[in-house]
Design a protein around this ligand. Structure first.
Ligand code: 4NP
Length: 158
């Protein structure tokens, strides 16, 4: 059975689509496509249907990573459609947990901060780059790259 991963941020136009694209890139690179499937979503609905932020798309592209997804909002169905829901910051984590309580029954997905997998930072928060400068996008990509590399190491153990 394929492992299904859902990356979640606030708007689904910066951090989580970048995480999805980096993870897809690495799955292809390590020939793990048959092992894992990825998607992303936002806790908010403001940007639903939009392409990801052009600043994030161009920062990723300069690393050879193409972000193709369109924004969508997380739904209650996602809690049983995915094995892992990986959040970007504490506020996303709290919002996802709070939404999960609307199900009022056990569900399949485990909710975890993505940076829990990182070896290079003690922080559990990928900072929101939306209102900052270019460096913020590069920093996000560095954090995501490291955490996702480690995430795939962990997933390969099962
Ligand atoms: P994301 O970044 O959660 O990484 O997609 C944001 C994008 C848009 C907004 C906030 C965060 N916004 O307020 O519109």
């Amino acid at each position: 059975m394929k492992k299904k991963l859902l990356f979640v941020c606030l708007g689904n136009i910066c951090r989580s689509p970048a995480a999805e694209a980096i993870c897809s890139y690495k799955l292809k690179k390590y020939q793990l496509n048959n092992y894992c499937e990825v998607d992303s979503a936002g806790t908010g609905a403001w940007h639903v249907g939009k392409k990801s932020d052009s600043r994030m798309r161009s920062a990723a592209l300069s690393r050879g990573i193409i972000i193709e997804s369109r924004a969508r909002q997380i739904t209650l169905d996602d809690f049983n459609a995915f094995d892992l829901i990986l959040t970007m910051d504490n506020s996303n984590f709290a919002d996802v947990e709070s939404l999960s309580r609307e199900l009022k029954m056990p569900f399949k997905a485990k909710i975890q901060p993505l940076l829990q997998y990182s070896n290079n930072t003690d922080s559990l928060e990928v900072p929101d780059p939306y209102y900052g400068g270019e460096k913020g996008f590069e920093d996000v990509l560095d954090l995501l790259d490291d955490a996702i590399e480690q995430l795939l190491v962990e997933l390969r153990k099962f």
